[in-house]
Ligand binder design. Structure first.
Ligand code: SF4
Ligand code: SF4
Length: 470
């Protein structure tokens, strides 16, 4: 335990994980690895720096008497939080202990089934469509591929326990464009559960643009307990800018018809909302519309993914995106305490509970995707190029946990990236999207520059949120 008395003459340094924030006369010293803030009166700050740069004794000599007690308490707390450490202390040793505990082989618990490569829409920012080349052969998933995928997934998760329930995600293209096989899959999952080839608790999640949802489909989804996420960017004037059919016509009316059919059948859809370049300024309007008009209780904001030559990294947009998501969170906190916005709430919960976010992307060790033709890979964003898709459901011996690409992705985290070690968002960031990092900066081991804007803003915002909650 640190004591001022024993370090009065010794030199201190700021840990590489140490950061300072200042606002309205309050300062915060923060250990970004331990997720540990220490708040104090900003008048103490110059003396704390003096204690570090010179010595505690020199700072004590200079400090006004009325601040002395606060100074001693604050400096003790800052040192106990390992924000200031003795000059010879190697804080990276603590990081290696964390790395050893937090990272291992992939623990697959999510099966992403690409029911089809077809989509009835042609959203202007679709990263899956944007990665598909003219030579790419589109198809619907066949029943045999679906069954082999579910069987393999069952083998992989058998007898294992996970922090979150295992899940099957129905994805596309537009998965409902292959409803016939998706419906078979719902029955097949039930059958495999009945013979104990799949666990009793397995979440099923449909990611859909909503346009093909009918009452019959909605009833079937409800019967099987499928959770549904509808892609909806806001009111018609916002949604129809980007979410369009191939002829350029907006999809809002059809999406809302599907959304309402789901609600009428007793499903409470979550919403996946892209805050595009034109809509960041309208975040307040969008969030009020989703919560007040539609009664949405869970949603997630997404930014526009990188597509080479279509959506390049745009720092101004990313800064606006970060501000917009935070603004929306402030609206939620002020008036809708039961609403969960995936991007911010996950961060806030982890920050307040001091839990490290290992990775944002479930592709980093938790997820296997199967393409409509049965190739097994990681990231749906590479469906077009088939990068990361090295396995095949027909190959009984293939296991993702033994595939070097899966093994590499399972390590991908800011906690394993030296360029992140001195970032204040280190343990709450999760590293964004490895594919974005690859396409923007050339490797999954580079930062996702687009995401960094948001992660850093969110970190500082959470620092002050915690202060206000004290
Ligand atoms: S790398 Fe991860 S976060 Fe990015 S698109 Fe792929 S699965 Fe999603
Ligand atoms: S990815 Fe960016 S925001 Fe996240 S820890 Fe690394 S540098 Fe910080």
């Amino acid at each position: 335990m640190f004591s001022i008395e024993t370090h009065k003459e010794s030199a201190l340094k700021k840990s590489v994980f140490g950061h300072f924030f200042h606002r309205n006369g309050i300062s915060c010293a923060y250990n970004a690895l331990k997720i540990l803030p220490v708040y104090y009166n900003s008048a103490l700050h110059p003396y704390l720096l003096k204690a570090m740069e010179s010595s505690i004794n020199n700072a004590l000599t200079a400090i006004p008497q009325n601040l002395e007690r606060q100074f001693v308490e604050t400096l003790t707390a800052i040192c106990q939080a390992h924000i200031f450490v003795p000059v010879g202390y190697n804080e990276l040793e603590y990081l290696s202990k964390v790395q050893k505990i937090a990272f291992g082989l992939p623990q697959i618990r999510l099966l992403v089934l690409h029911m089809t490569d077809y989509c009835d829409l042609c959203c202007r920012y679709c990263f899956i469509e944007g990665g598909i080349t003219p030579a790419y052969c589109r198809r619907n998933m066949a029943a045999s591929v679906m069954k082999r995928s579910v069987d393999k997934f069952g083998q992989i998760i058998k007898g294992r326990s996970f922090p979150k329930p295992p899940a099957i995600v129905y994805y596309g293209g537009e998965p409902l464009a292959n409803w016939k096989i998706l419906k078979c899959c719902l029955e097949y999952v039930k059958y495999r559960q009945s013979i104990r080839a799949l666990p009793q608790r397995i979440d099923q999640i449909l990611i859909t643009n909503g346009t093909l949802v009918t009452t019959e489909i909605a009833r079937e989804l409800k019967k099987h307990g499928v959770m549904v996420s509808v892609s909806l960017d806001g009111p018609k004037s916002i949604h129809d800018r980007n979410r369009v059919y191939r002829n350029g016509r907006g999809s809002f009316n059809r999406t809302m018809k599907g959304f309402n059919a789901l609600k009428q059948c007793g499903i409470r859809p979550t919403v996946s909302c892209v805050l595009g370049k034109e809509s960041t300024e309208r975040a307040s309007e969008i969030i009020h519309w989703l919560l007040d008009e539609l009664g949405v209780r869970a949603l997630g904001f997404n930014h526009v993914s990188i597509i080479p030559d279509v959506n390049e990294y745009d720092p101004e947009y990313e800064a606006r995106f970060g501000d917009a998501v935070i603004k929306a969170q402030e609206i939620i906190q002020a008036g809708y305490p039961h609403v969960y916005e995936r991007r911010m709430n996950h961060k806030i919960n982890c920050f307040l509970e001091r839990t490290i976010i290992r990775a944002d992307c479930t592709g980093c060790g938790e997820q296997m995707s199967v393409s409509p033709d049965g190739k097994i890979g990681i990231c749906q964003g590479y469906m077009g190029s088939r990068k990361t898709f090295n396995g095949d459901v027909e190959d009984a011996s293939y296991l993702p946990a033994e595939d070097p690409v899966f093994v590499e992705w399972a390590q991908r985290s800011p906690l394993n990236m030296p360029q992140c070690f001195e970032c204040a968002a280190l343990a709450t960031c999760g590293g964004g999207c490895p594919r974005n990092a690859d396409l923007t900066n050339g490797s999954i081991w580079k930062v996702d520059s687009a995401f960094c804007h948001f992660a850093r803003k969110a970190q500082e915002w959470m620092i002050w949120l915690k202060y206000e909650k004290r």
